[in-house]
Design a protein around this ligand. Structure first.
Ligand code: FMN
Length: 734
């Protein structure tokens, strides 16, 4: 796969530092709880912001013989070091409004101590600190390159926070969480780098200097503390620490460390002897410590903990994506000029490559010469008879990364012999320009006088394996081959199956379309199963699992199956009798479930696609307004579903039923014709925040989507993708 410089940098940086990043993040999560555990201690007094320095010092002087200093920490806890009446030196938290002790100084727990040391230096002293400093910097660069990748993906800076379509868990959350935690991560990494530079004295040094004119220090006019404006006007919240005079000697003074400056104050008159602002480096260091550790703010500490957790997720999801892309390798047995079949791919994240490879492998298996390459590698293909372009669409209907040079290359290379071409588009209906780039490529190929379009561009939503199989069937027929994709059911896995008993069944040969229904009961009950979920059945031990969309009808798993002449699974099911037991597993299909809260529901199905809808109608006890459009061949095709539908109509669980027959005497009527006829009502469903569900054949889905797109544009002035994104269009076609 072609990989952009930004993606390469993002990946290379992550690969080179991920071990340290994991260690720093894990320890970072633990350390975020230190400021939280400190903050919840009851040492911050009410009205802290109102207490003046004069009040605090007076209270302390009334309680203790000698006071050495007062500190105010990031949590606004006030502590003091004093000499007690017994002559002992003690340090503790005080209530500044009374001067009384309110608690002992919080000791750093051994866990936090250990974790801090590990986080700072991995117990490798200076070497470890250098590693951690570099890791912080690398993480900063990863965040920057990640930001660039998001901007590129969103196609503009302005759209940085625009909606992302959730097509893939790892990729979706990598981007969504990346955007959310970008600022905390940038702050964490920059402060981490800053603190490392500070620790290694790599920052310019600016020392705080004072010039006290000792000749002018005077004990008069002596003022009481409350009359010394620096003490009476300064609130404790502005103070970091107060160092008390060492002795009563007039040359010994108070040193007040305020938020932005240090002030030396005459202990008798309250006059300011010297005042000096902290250098920028010192202020930045303090800020860095607070921002990096979360000291003094539970909220910020939590943000940091979540950011660290997200970093761990980025490591995981980043590697998942990389492995997926790496799997998408292209291997050729034949040279480009020796191949009869040439497959060109446009892909950004590798899934299209996976599909193209399936075809390539099958062609090789049949002894055909096939060559596979990226669209950007387009060249002359001397023996090519059939060109296949399989491409995704990116951005806003644009070429994926490994196809962005194809147009220019294609225009610059002149073909010298006749060949056929077919284009397959992988895309998603959640985008307004569904599979646009595939259509663009098709148009481009048509400009070559030597090229003959073998099939119209074929679009595939959401990487549907079933749709791809259909295209393979069409294409292989055209090129005179028999291609069968092997066991590629993407949902297949080895999960535990449960037993189901056949409670009711019709027989295929009693139906004009060779179709039958079957109701299955499970001993374990079916509480978590919903209409629209799938039932995976493996008819023979090593056969491929077949998935059926099912309905929950009267607490049974209800499916409708068309018997295929040579179909292993459909014949296996058709041969079952009432009370037979089969093993199968239920697969959740959340995307196709219907919420009870949806008021308006429009169901569109053809053939056996009606099964989940029968369940949804059967369970409509909350008064949802349900309409069903069904397409079948002839009136008798409907008989097997009639009892459930009639009951639904009688109990008002189904409000409207429209049926189109394609082989009834007279003219052919398909569901899309009925939808076109009722266009305004269809638009109303979407307008009223209702949901349209489609289940059945891919061919029907394609035709229905064209009609729905037109209805949306005409009556709602928005593309269908808007409703797809809002979850108002649900598809389950095969
Ligand atoms: C950022 C982004 C933009 C996309 N834009 C479109 C689009 O405009 N039209 C479309 O049909 N599909 C669009 N898609 C969907 C992809 O084409 C589809 O998921 C495809 O199967 C991905 O194939 P790949 O893994 O080979 O890159 C987009 C996907 C992403 C992540």
């Amino acid at each position: 796969m072609t990989i952009s410089i930004w993606r390469y940098s993002h990946l290379a940086l992550a690969v080179s530092s991920f071990v340290f990043i994991i260690l720093a993040s894990l320890t970072g999560i633990i350390l975020a709880f230190e400021p939280i555990s400190n903050q919840v201690q009851p040492y911050r007094v009410d009205d802290f912001n109102e207490v003046s320095l004069a009040e605090t010092i007076q209270n302390l002087k009334a309680n203790y013989i000698e006071i050495l200093n007062v500190d105010v920490d990031a949590n606004d806890f006030v502590s003091t070091s004093v000499i007690t009446e017994d002559g002992d030196a003690e340090t503790f938290y005080i209530d500044p409004r009374t001067g009384e002790k309110i608690g002992d100084i919080i000791e750093k727990s051994p866990l936090f101590q250990w974790t801090t040391n590990f986080h700072r230096s991995l117990f490798l002293k200076t070497t470890g600190r250098i590693f951690i400093g570099i890791t912080s910097f690398l993480l900063f660069l990863i965040a920057v390159s990640g930001t660039v990748l998001i901007v590129k993906r969103q196609r503009s800076f302005k759209r940085f926070f625009s909606k992302i379509v959730n097509e893939n868990f790892a990729q979706y959350y990598h981007v969504v969480l990346g955007r959310l935690s970008l600022i905390p991560i940038i702050i964490l990494t920059l402060t981490g780098v800053y603190l490392s530079l500070y620790r290694f004295d790599l920052l310019p040094k600016e020392n705080l200097t004072h010039n006290v004119n000792y000749d002018e220090i005077s004990e008069t006019p002596k003022r009481a503390l409350k009359d010394q404006s620096i003490f009476s006007d300064t609130k404790l919240s502005e103070v970091r620490s107060i160092e008390f005079p060492f002795s009563e000697d007039v040359e010994d003074y108070y040193t007040l460390q305020l938020q932005n400056r240090e002030v030396l104050v005459n202990q008798y008159t309250g006059d300011i002897l010297s005042e000096s602002k902290y250098p920028f480096i010192a202020i930045a260091s303090r800020l860095s410590v607070n921002l990096h550790t979360g000291q003094g703010s539970i909220l910020w500490a939590l943000v940091l903990a979540i950011a660290c957790l997200n970093i761990l997720f980025f490591v995981y999801s980043g590697f998942v994506m990389t492995l997926k892309r790496r799997k998408a390798k292209l291997k050729n047995k034949f040279k480009k000029d020796a191949a009869k079949f040439v497959i060109l791919i446009g892909s950004e994240n590798g899934s299209t490559v996976h599909y193209a490879n399936m075809l390539h492998k099958q062609l090789l298996k049949l002894g055909e010469s096939s060559f596979i390459a990226e669209l950007n590698a387009f060249s002359t293909y001397k023996s090519c008879e059939h060109l296949v372009v399989i491409t995704a669409t990116y951005g806003q209907g644009e070429a994926p990364e490994n196809a962005n040079k194809f147009e220019a290359k294609f225009k610059s290379i002149q073909s010298d012999h006749a060949y056929s071409f077919s284009v397959v588009g992988f895309g998603s209906l959640a985008y307004p320009d569904f599979c646009k780039y595939a259509f663009d490529v098709d148009t481009l190929l048509q400009t070559d006088i030597n090229a003959v379009q073998l099939l119209k561009p074929f679009t595939i939503h959401n990487k549907s394996f079933e749709a791809y199989t259909q295209w393979i069937n069409l294409w292989s027929k055209k090129v005179g081959l028999q291609i069968k994709l092997e066991g590629e059911s993407l949902l297949e896995n080895k999960k535990r199956k449960r037993s189901f008993t056949v409670s009711h069944k019709t027989i295929a040969n009693q139906n004009p379309d060779d179709t039958f229904t079957i109701a299955l009961k499970s001993k374990l009950g079916l509480t978590r199963f919903k209409s629209g979920d799938l039932l995976a059945i493996q008819p023979e031990p090593n056969s491929v699992e077949r998935l059926y969309s099912v309905g929950k009808v009267n607490d049974t798993v209800f499916l409708s199956v068309k018997r295929q002449e040579l179909g292993l699974c459909s014949n296996y099911l058709n041969d079952l009798n009432t009370n037979d037991v089969i093993k199968a597993r239920l697969v959740k299909n959340k995307e196709f479930r219907l919420s009870k809260h949806t008021k308006h529901v429009l169901m569109i199905a053809n053939g056996t696609g009606i099964a989940p809808f029968l369940g949804m109608i059967n369970n409509n006890t909350s008064g949802q307004n349900v309409q069903l459009y069904w397409g079948g061949r002839q009136e008798s095709s409907f008989e097997i579903y009639k009892p459930i539908i009639e009951e639904g109509l009688k109990l008002k669980r189904l409000q409207k039923l429209e049926i189109g027959y394609s082989q009834q005497a007279g003219k052919k009527v398909y569901v899309q014709h009925l939808l076109e006829r009722d266009a305004e009502q269809v638009a109303q469903v979407l307008k009223q925040k209702g949901v349209i569900l489609i289940c059945g054949s891919i061919a029907m889905q394609k035709d229905v989507l064209v009609v729905l797109e037109a209805i949306c544009k005409r009556y709602l002035e928005e593309p269908l993708s808007v409703y797809k994104n809002r979850g108002q269009l649900k598809l389950d076609c095969y």
